[in-house]
Structures are given as structure tokens and as C-alpha cells.
Design a protein around this ligand. Structure first.
Ligand code: NAP
Length: 282
């Protein structure tokens, strides 16, 4: 995928406007005058982990945090940090941003399936010569009782449903659900944070607009109410969306699970605590 044009917009959810405005002017005009004892961290976000890390760093006067969002979600949750929105324009655009804003370290806390951004971050960190940490939640592992079929991508996941009509809960995120149109024989229940627009060209599709976490009991009730016999999902990992996996196991329902894409070979950790320790040692 070609990198998008840089189109950052600033949005300060955490600090007062006057403060963030002053910081933006400061960064744009004279980086050298900034207090060198304050380290500037750029968190590449779009995940619960990014928000949790920003929360843990909020209020520390030795660290300034900016969270970067791609801008895919219409109403992102409030962030206890400065937020910038939109692509950087590939790795060189990100490296330019890091230099211009005098960022001291990058934390890649993007979703495990946001592989392009992770490779961009790895390259940008090299170009701008800043340390990079990837905060990557562990993948879900198959447990006794799970009925999983693991596939490489969303198209393969749809094909793996087979030719006979099935009733499928789809939890792939709205950006990739167009692939369902290749298998119109199934009945789909599509869940996403924002509405799927335009709607899919399918005869039998219903939509749920909802944001996790999704507890196991609720997921079990949902699967039973809609007589679901297959769950289509990505191996996102984490607790917030594991409920559907656990509920499917309890009900003996097949889960067609998309494996994670390859990620760059950078320093990876799996918890907020480890990220805080890394930041503390910068
Ligand atoms: P992607 O395919 O890896 O990245 C595509 C482009 O989007 C990147 O080249 C970059 O544009 C821009 N981008 C991605 N993340 C960004 C960020 N945090 N800040 C600024 N620009 C960003 O990403 P994706 O899979 O579309 O995911 C987009 C966002 O949604 C990510 O922040 C991710 O954490 C979140 N998310 C993704 C999934 C998923 O299943 N993929 C699920 C939940 C949340 P430039 O090259 O122009 O910089």
C-alpha cells in the first residue's frame, strides 16, 4: 500500500489548549530552547495499550507524550495526552516529524495487524536515530476445546467458511469486510466500531456497531441468540476481545482466525509495565 499524504491535524484532549498551543509553537520555532530534562515520547496508537500507556505517563513532568492516530475511527476515545491525527507520509515523513518535534523515543503501540505502520516506524527510527520499542500484546493461543482454523489473510478466512451456508459472526474491523462479498451464501452478523458504509452487497447481512470490551457472557448470549456457527476474527490478542473466543469454545463453535502478519525485527515487549521501565531508562 502506498503511504498516504501527510495530513496531520492536532487535537489536544488532555492538556489545556493554551498549554498545547504553546508547546506546538515552541516545537515549531525553536526546539533548542526546550527543557532538555523533559523527554518527548511519540506513541503510535490506535489501541487500548496506547491509551493505557499514555494514561500511565500523564501528569509526569519529566515526560511529554503525543499519541498519533491514523484517523480511521470516527470518535476515538478521549486521550490523556496530546493527539495528532493522520498519516505521516511513509517512513521519511515520520522521521521528519520525529526530528521537527524533537521526539526522543518512539513507542509502536499500533494494532498487531497494522504491519505497514510498524515497518514504517522501524525505518523512521533508523533514519532519525531514535530508540524504538514495540508494545505488542501476545497473540491468543489455541487451548483445549478450541475449534480453530488458522489462515493467513481475510480472503482465505472467507474461503475457509466453505460452500454450505453458515451463520457467521464477523469481527474483522470494517476496513476488511468487503471480502465477505466473495461468499454471499452465508448469513453474516458484522460487528465494528464504526458503521460499515456503504453497506455490503450481500443478501443476508446484519450489522452491530459496538466498541469493546466484550465480556464472555455477553458474547455467549450473542452467539446463541443469532444461532452463530462460525466466528471470523483476527488473532488480535488481549483481553478486551477474547470473550468471543472463549464463548465459541464453550459452545463448540468453529473460529476461523487470521494469523498475525510479519512485524519488523525490533525490540518488543508485551506489557505496559515493561514499556514504563524502558521509558524510565531512556
Ligand atoms: P497500516 O495498514 O499498518 O498503515 C497504513 C497507513 O496508515 C500507514 O502507512 C500510515 O500512513 C497510517 N497509519 C497507521 N497507523 C498510524 C498511526 N498510529 N498514526 C499515524 N498514521 C498511521 O494500519 P491499519 O491496519 O490501517 O491501522 C490503522 C490504525 O488503526 C492503526 O493506528 C492501528 O493501530 C489501528 N487498528 C488497526 C486494526 C487492524 O486490524 N488493522 C485494528 C484495530 C486498530 P503514512 O504512511 O502516511 O504515515
Amino acid at each position: 500500500m502506498a503511504p498516504s499524504s501527510p495530513m496531520p491535524t492536532m487535537d489536544s484532549h488532555g492538556p489545556p489548549d493554551a498549554w498545547s498551543g504553546a508547546m506546538e509553537r515552541d516545537s515549531a520555532l525553536d526546539v533548542s530552547k526546550r527543557d532538555v530534562s523533559t523527554r518527548r515520547i511519540l506513541i503510535l496508537g490506535g489501541t487500548t495499550e496506547a491509551r493505557l500507556l499514555a494514561e500511565r505517563l500523564a501528569g509526569r513532568d519529566d515526560i511529554t507524550v503525543t499519541v498519533s492516530l491514523a484517523g480511521r475511527t470516527r470518535n476515538p476515545l478521549d486521550m490523556p495526552a496530546m493527539v495528532r491525527v493522520g498519516g505521516f507520509g511513509g517512513p521519511t515523513g515520520l522521521a521528519d516529524y520525529v526530528r521537527t518535534e524533537a521526539i526522543d523515543a518512539l513507542v509502536d503501540a499500533t494494532h498487531p495487524f497494522a504491519a505497514i505502520m510498524s515497518f514504517n516506524a522501524a525505518e523512521a527510527a533508523k533514519i532519525a536515530d531514535v530508540p524504538l520499542l514495540a508494545l505488542a500484546r501476545p497473540a491468543w493461543e489455541c487451548r483445549p476445546g478450541d475449534n480453530w482454523r488458522e489462515v493467513e489473510n481475510v480472503a482465505d478466512a472467507v474461503a475457509a467458511l466453505g460452500t454450505a451456508p453458515r451463520r457467521v459472526l464477523v469481527a474483522l474491523g470494517r476496513n476488511e469486510v468487503a471480502a465477505l462479498e466473495a461468499a454471499p451464501q452465508h448469513s453474516y452478523l458484522v460487528r465494528s466500531v464504526d458503521p460499515v458504509e456503504p453497506g455490503l452487497r450481500l443478501d443476508d447481512v446484519r450489522y452491530i456497531v459496538a466498541r469493546g470490551p466484550f465480556p464472555e457472557d455477553d458474547e455467549r448470549e450473542l452467539l446463541e441468540r443469532h444461532a452463530i456457527d462460525a466466528v471470523l476474527a483476527k488473532n488480535g490478542g488481549g483481553e478486551a476481545t477474547y470473550g468471543k473466543i472463549a464463548a465459541a469454545r464453550a459452545l463448540g463453535i468453529e473460529v476461523v482466525l487470521v494469523r498475525r502478519p510479519a512485524r519488523p525485527d525490533v525490540r518488543k515487549i508485551g506489557s505496559i509495565e515493561e514499556a514504563l521501565a524502558w521509558i524510565g531508562n531512556l
